[in-house]
Unconditional design. Sequence first.
Length: 425
Amino acid sequence: MLLTVILFVVLLVIGMPVGMVIAISSLSFFFTADFLPIGIAFQKFSAPTQSFPILATPLFLLVGNLLNKSGVTTRLLDFARIISGWMVGGLAQINVLLACLLGGVSGSATADAAMQARVLGLPMIARGYPKAFSAVVIAFSSLITATIPPSILLILYGFVGNVSIGKLFMAGILPGLLLTVILMSTNYLLARKMNIKPEMQSLPTRHDVWHSFKNSFWALMFPVVLIVVIRLGIFTTTEAGAFIVLYSFIIGRYVYKALDNAVLWGVLKQTISDIGVVMLLIMSAAILGHITILDQIPQQLAETILQLTENRYGILFLLLALIAVAGMLFDGSVIVLLLTPILLPIAIEAGFDPIHFGLIFVVLTLLGANTPPVGICMYTVCGILNCSSIAFVKASIPYLIAFFLFIVMLVIFPQITLFLPSVLM
């Protein structure tokens, strides 16, 4: 196992793609273990491709790309402006609300942050908003994507941890709305301090709201349709993914008339590229996950934690601290794939519901995307807005406080997460 760890670190440092790093370092374990035939590694590597639940991942990646090219973003932006443009904070409030509405569309925090940096970040700076403030608002808004269905990270967690993906989708709705409210409240307090005016001078009229709602109707119905077909038992999560692909194609092609053949071909090429990256991670992580079981790493880690504390909340704190540190170093999908089989059994043994723990786990992994040294969202947004990462870190302090308040609320009040799954499923 020592060779595996050394290879993992060295290959990561020299800049090899993470999927290849995991695969090569994992294979080294089998090459040096006399008692294990190498064929087992290749069986584990190919096993995810035969999994029906994991088929939801490429399907929802295709959905996200279809909807992003079908005019959905423009319509949701207009709706967000009408609903929240009158609030103190102006474009910052619109930004958070748009992230909430897009959570069920993009499925990716980084994609959401990059899109919003171009659509709203540049206009914010042009209107006099501080660069660092604009960048932080966009980056932290993208965290909402981890909770609103169909979060790709929730699908991966459900697959690796053998947890109902449908229940995870239900569980993410209320935390997503709560995080939206917390971030908008933080925007309000900071905007008042900076004297940032609303975008609209008065409340929208009912006619304006209704007109914008009609234009955005089919886009707003996307997460609703997804939850309904899963809740009524019409489709499994994977079958729902296939149905939503068809829904997205019809809306983009025949309702919004934005998906011509050239755009559709571009969507398919982009999706194939996305699937290649994600599936390599999933397949490589399957080998590493098998190694952790063979070496009894979950049991060893559990024993170590129990030596430090037997309090269930103390155990949870240590697990979340480990996740937060890992989030600073690796992409969220990598963390979910690698740590779920190690940490989930410990959390269950400590008495925590796997759905409750999963939501906290997934959201916390994305926090690292907004913190040094590897913060993908942070560097993406700062690059687009030409903002200093040091200024970003300083401006992010109020939002970090708000985010940790959100995590504390999820820990103390598990019903925020478990209410909808218990009622609807």
